[in-house]
Design a protein. Structure first.
Length: 218
């Protein structure tokens, strides 16, 4: 039996579930999955059976339940320190935690206007480019990516060199930029391509495309 269980939303739509799943995969942790389709009549009750917080993802480790994605990242880092979820260098680690916290709490226009949708055919989303708040979010994300890559990313293709928690947190943003064909700077585009080429991302996206559930009014 697996040591951990992850309770997830649909892989096509649940951005927070993707973050937790990538973190678990990076740790090499054996885990089972429970996938709960979102936006259905039974969704609230099904999630409520897994956690009183009423949200996914949820990590269960024995008797422990962890119901926030950032907390999941910190717990898995403590369980698997060799996985390198956070950079070893103190300055890089502080920067990584800062950008993760900003992603965790911010970018409301991006979330609202460009929802993660791995079943959507690639193409522009009507009116998105004319939304100043969305453009500000996109610009800020590119600034963050460029700063991390320039200051700390020389050892590899990701924000802090090797794939880590910061990349897991921005992975759903990468899928949004691909789905809605958001034009990016050279540095941001190279980072986008690195994330999309990460084997675990390919596994998630392939699974998302085979799911039978569709949220039509996303």
């Amino acid at each position: 039996m697996a040591d951990f269980t992850l309770v997830l939303g649909n892989k096509a739509y649940s951005s927070w579930s993707l973050r937790a799943w990538l973190i678990a995969r990076q740790c090499g942790a054996p885990f089972e999955e429970i996938v709960i389709p979102l936006d259905r009549p039974e969704t609230k009750a099904e999630i409520g059976r897994q956690t009183p917080a009423g949200r996914v993802p949820v990590l269960r480790a024995g008797e422990l339940t962890v119901w926030d994605t950032l907390a999941i990242a910190e717990y898995m880092n403590e369980c698997f320190p060799a996985a390198g979820l956070w950079p070893a260098d103190p300055a890089a680690r502080a920067a990584a935690r800062s950008v993760v916290a900003e992603m965790h709490a911010g970018f409301p226009a991006l979330r609202r206007r460009l929802p993660m949708d791995l079943k959507r055919a690639q193409g522009p989303r009507g009116g998105a480019a004319r939304d100043p708040e969305l453009e500000a979010d996109i610009a800020r994300i590119q600034t963050l990516w460029t700063a991390c890559r320039t200051q700390f990313g020389q050892g590899g293709g990701f924000l802090f060199g090797d794939f880590g928690a910061a990349d897991a947190f921005f992975a759903p943003v990468v899928t949004r930029f691909v789905t809605y064909r958001v034009a990016l700077s050279e540095t941001a585009a190279a980072y986008r391509d690195a994330v999309m080429s990460w084997p675990a991302m390919g596994d998630w996206i392939a699974a998302a495309k085979t799911e039978p559930w569709i949220i039509a009014d996303l």
